[in-house]
Design a protein around this ligand. Structure first.
Ligand SMILES: [Zn+2]
Length: 271
């Protein structure tokens, strides 16, 4: 999977253009991803709603439970998924963010042993979890996401981070906490973003060049000082010939070395 011309490209990805969009993002944007659930009965029904002019709603992509993804708006264009929203001093998050909708029935009502969605479909216990929403105090029943949905969503977020420099991933429930409860506690949002940004940081640090070289004291006895200066205090007893050192940095004929301690020695006496 990759992003080409602001569209996801790969297997089982299709594009169905939504008229519900504004212009292009301003430069430096988008820098945020907003995660939603559709509260719908299928990917197709949600795609139909989000591409019909009357709904005045859209998203960039919809991740189905059927292993398929539909993109509705290119990633460089503003979609209409967040509505009235605010986060960290910004209002109207549509102008800053990519919207990812995940096919999920949302909150369910329990009666006896069955769990019913607002649109009437009944779900098995295996597809249901009980959890307390971050904006509430008492538990409710929620439609589970499939493992594939969470994994593919993570992959897509990683692609978007690489391509657009996304800095923040939030749930709709965090930017519109009075109106919205998606994606809800069935989506492991805190762990999800922690893992994504941790792995992004690991990749960054791997890219930094590591200059790690070693050497050996060539003089019979070599003074080691706290600074690269013959007037500087000695850091320890002189290093005997043959002492193995790690070279940390260089400055004007001196090198900073590490043995049991760190200190500066004349570069010419290290081979
Ligand atoms: Zn939403």
């Amino acid at each position: 999977m990759k992003i080409e011309n602001h569209l996801l490209a790969g297997e089982k990805i299709d594009f169905k253009k939504s008229p519900n969009k504004s212009g292009k993002f301003k430069s430096g944007l988008p820098d945020t991803i907003v995660i939603h659930y559709t509260a719908g009965s299928s990917r197709e029904s949600s795609v139909n709603t989000l591409t019909s002019p009357g709904s005045k709603a859209s998203a960039h992509i919809v991740i189905g439970r059927d292993g398929k993804i539909t993109q509705l708006v290119p990633f460089d264009t503003i979609a209409w998924h967040a509505g009235n929203s605010s986060y960290k001093g910004r209002v109207g998050l549509n102008n800053y963010s990519i919207g990812i909708e995940i096919d999920n029935a949302g909150i369910l009502k329990k009666s006896g042993n069955s769990y019913t969605a607002w649109f009437g479909r009944v779900y098995n216990e295996a597809d249901v979890m009980e959890g307390i929403h971050r904006n509430r105090n008492t538990p409710n029943y929620w439609h589970r996401f499939t493992e594939w949905q969470i994994e593919i969503c993570k992959e897509i977020c990683q692609l978007l981070i690489d391509k657009y420099g996304i800095k923040t991933i939030v749930g709709h429930e965090e930017i519109s906490p009075i109106r919205k409860i998606d994606p809800g506690p069935a989506f492991p949002l805190d762990k999800f973003r922690e893992q994504i940004f941790e792995s992004a940081r690991d990749t960054d640090s791997e890219e930094e060049p590591v200059h790690k070289t070693t050497g050996e004291v060539a003089a019979t006895s070599l003074n080691i000082r706290v600074a690269p200066d013959t007037e500087a205090e000695k850091a320890a007893q002189p290093l005997p010939k043959g002492t193995k050192v790690e070279i940390l940095e260089e400055s004007d004929g001196w090198v900073k070395v590490r043995t049991q301690i760190d200190g500066w020695v004349f570069a010419k006496h290290i081979k």
